[in-house]
Design a protein. Structure first.
Ligand code: SAM
Length: 382
């Protein structure tokens, strides 16, 4: 564990010692506009999906406000930012790159998730120049046909691969390790067989990490893409092969080792993740633990103890899942929101083992990250 991660766990632990802590990490949805229409995308559950780019434009926070939020976050000692949200950040490169620059100006860790199809060479040069830390490219197959099908747009595979290659070329030229390249792969019926090839392909792209999350269902199309029982039964042989190759070629990932983000239970229960959360809480309660350990392990989620999501219209939540609720940052300071009623109520509910309805749509990776957090914090208090 590095010092950055240790600080995150330290802050979570402090809440359980009764000491309030500032947010450690903020996810930014700068806007919801996108150039693609991926078949599995969460934007498809939006009633105004067909006009979502126009709708986003009407409600978005402006660049000046984003920059002032970052100024305040700097004073609060926010250490990590994830630029992602429901749209494609590089749809508005001026806003996105300005936000990224101001995050790096005060030395926080910066991550961006992108479909990789809209980057110009000058954007990549700028990203390297400011010392940006990580770029997560969403690539859902090692072949053009499947990736093009899932992103609902032919040519996307060639474009994202070209972007990754330019990143690699310019990193070499600038003798820079940064940004790290990660690949995000959403597991579906169209690509589960290709996971072993995807591991090799990620290595070929010089990726540092392959992150795989089972598909969450947001629409009828998503339902069709989710793995069915027969696929889940067949999947372990592909997973085993992928783990073997990843170990052999030294590719870090979130599905082998302790994280096990692709266990059949997690694949099967996407969109019913509240059941997995409840089972974990019940298991902890039955362990006859006392004091801190009981309180800590039977807390259903730690997100509002270290994390905040700011949606493009200014609404704030503890993670990217809830579609309603939360204070609006347009009318309040970051500190007021973090210490406000919404976050305080949520913390209390979660500490009492309650599981909000929205947890059904939790990312399986949040579950595995929660379990990793428990392991690490228990080691810290041993
Ligand atoms: C919604 S996208 C937005 C950022 C950017 N446009 C992109 O494609 O990376 C953020 C991440 O969510 C992932 N994602 C999209 N649909 C998903 C689903 N149904 N289940 C799980 N992850 C999903 C994407 O692959 C991507 O890595």
């Amino acid at each position: 564990m590095d010092e950055h991660e240790r600080e995150m766990y330290r802050r979570i632990l402090n809440w359980f010692k009764g000491k309030k802590q500032p947010p450690f990490k903020i996810d930014l949805e700068l806007h919801r506009r996108c150039n693609l229409s991926c078949l599995m995308c969460s934007r498809r559950s939006d009633p105004s999906y067909e006009r979502i780019n126009e709708y986003s434009e009407k409600v978005e926070i402006q660049k000046k406000k984003w920059l002032s939020i970052i100024e305040e976050a700097k004073d609060l000692d926010v250490r990590e930012w994830h630029v992602c949200g429901g749209g494609e950040p590089m749809f508005l490169p001026d806003v996105t790159l300005s936000v990224m620059e101001s995050i790096k100006e005060y030395g926080a860790l910066g991550i961006i998730t992108t479909n990789g199809t809209l980057w110009k060479r000058r954007h990549i040069e700028e990203t390297i120049r400011i010392g940006w830390d990580r770029v997560h490219f969403s690539i859902h197959a090692p072949f053009a046909k499947v990736h093009g099908f899932l992103t609902n747009c032919p040519g996307t595979f060639e474009r994202v691969v070209k972007t990754v290659k330019i990143f690699n070329e310019l990193k070499r030229k600038n003798i820079s390790d940064k940004p790290e390249i990660n690949i995000n792969f959403v597991l579906s019926v169209k690509n589960y067989r290709f996971l072993p090839e995807m591991v090799k392909f990620a290595k070929l792209l010089n990726a540092n990490y392959l992150f795989v999350d089972p598909l969450i269902v947001y629409s009828e199309l998503g339902e069709k893409l989710k793995l069915k029982d027969k696929h889940i039964r067949e999947f372990p042989k592909f997973l085993e092969k992928a783990c073997h190759i990843a170990e052999k070629i030294g590719l870090k990932n979130n599905f082998s080792g302790l994280d096990k983000n692709l266990q059949p239970e997690l694949i099967e229960k996407t969109s019913r993740m509240h059941e997995v959360v409840k089972e974990d809480v019940e298991r902890a309660k039955k362990m006859k633990l006392k004091g801190f350990k009981r309180k800590f392990l039977s807390t259903s989620c730690y997100k509002p103890f270290f994390h905040m999501t700011i949606k493009c219209d200014g609404r704030t939540t503890s993670c990217d899942v809830p579609v309603t609720g939360g204070d609006n940052i347009r009318n309040k300071s970051l500190k007021e929101v973090w210490n406000g009623e919404y976050f305080e109520d949520l913390r209390e509910k979660l500490m009492n083992g309650k599981v909000p309805d929205f947890c059904a749509q939790c990312n399986p990776s949040h579950m595995t990250q929660k379990r990793a957090c428990q392991r690490e914090i228990l080691k810290m208090v041993r």
